[in-house]
Design a protein around this ligand. Structure first.
Ligand SMILES: Nc1ncnc2c1ncn2[C@@H]1O[C@H](COP(=O)(O)OP(=O)(O)OP(=O)(O)O)[C@@H](O)[C@H]1O
Ligand SMILES: [Mg+2]
Length: 258
């Protein structure tokens, strides 16, 4: 489909908000009327649980069915479209993750399967927006996602110590762009759990901008409502659309999509 946009949410660092941001932006995009797919590539399955709740643990099919076939030609042939499950939310579907994905990783890496996700997405019809949530590592799944994506969104936790890691991350994205995916655009770095009234995080963002990093104007506040929305398996756009952080997600999506 000509106007399919694939956005990967990526940071090698754990716990910076990748799953939270991927699910909330996907939910908002669905609410705005886009046919939206979230592909959960993290064996931890946080995004799958966020969107499917209790049902997540028993879910089938899953992304594992898609990747299993690459390693075992006697396994049932599953295209990506066969691994899509509808969420309880209108316009929003998911390719669920299961812990088994972890077991496939090193084999997939050693068997040159890195373009399979990209090719599958190119053949997938019916979705205007695809979000990919990645594990906190630059392994097979994350690389596959970066190779398949048009845009890359980088959540950042405003931590002094992860600033160096941010430069390394940008270099890794550059390398993937140069070697595999000339179309890959870094759409921006988004500060998560940002404290606008504290001097240090504000100054750090300014410095990153001065140094040429594509830091977005939109920021996301820390809020217990986010944790509640995880517990209730309801992204903010559906749980509490007028909440401050829900409005921040609106502003973030506006900035990304104009
Ligand atoms: N803006 C926020 N306010 C409050 N809590 C948040 C916020 N963003 C994320 N969290 C919480 O921080 C934790 C980590 O968030 P999340 O799972 O989205 O990060 P992640 O980068 O996907 O982690 P991982 O690398 O393990 O996949 C979760 O418990 C989530 O509820
Ligand atoms: Mg996650």
């Amino acid at each position: 489909m000509a106007d399919q946009h694939v956005r990967v949410v990526f940071n090698q660092k754990g716990g910076v908000g990748k799953s939270t941001i991927a699910c909330n932006l996907a939910a908002l995009s669905a609410l705005r009327g886009h046919s939206t797919l979230l592909i959960d590539l993290d064996p931890q399955s946080n995004s799958t649980q966020y969107l499917m709740g209790e049902a997540a643990s028993a879910i089938s099919p899953s992304g594992a069915d898609f990747f299993r076939r690459m390693l075992d030609i006697t396994a049932p042939d599953r295209e990506l479209k066969d691994c899509i499950v509808k969420t309880p939310f209108k316009n929003l579907s998911v390719v669920p993750a299961v812990p088994e994905l972890e077991d496939f990783q090193s084999k997939l890496e050693s068997r040159y399967k890195i373009y399979k996700l990209r090719d599958a997405l190119r053949g997938l019809k019916g979705f205007d927006r695809v979000y990919i949530d990645t594990p906190p590592a630059l392994g097979y799944y994350t690389r596959s996602a970066l190779i398949a994506a048009d845009g890359c969104l980088i959540p950042w936790d405003c931590d002094t110590f992860s600033r160096q890691a941010l430069y390394l991350l940008m270099a890794n994205v550059d390398e993937i762009r140069n070697d595999h995916n000339a179309e890959l655009k870094v759409e921006g770095v988004v500060a998560n759990q940002f404290q606008p009234r504290a001097n240090l995080p504000r100054r750090m963002l300014e410095e990153l901008r001065e140094e040429g990093l594509p830091v977005l104007d939109a920021t996301l506040s820390a809020s217990v409502r986010i944790r509640e929305s995880h517990d209730l398996a309801k992204p903010l756009a559906f749980l509490d659309p007028r909440h401050k952080v829900a409005l921040e997600f609106e502003a973030l999506l506006d900035e990304l999509e104009g």
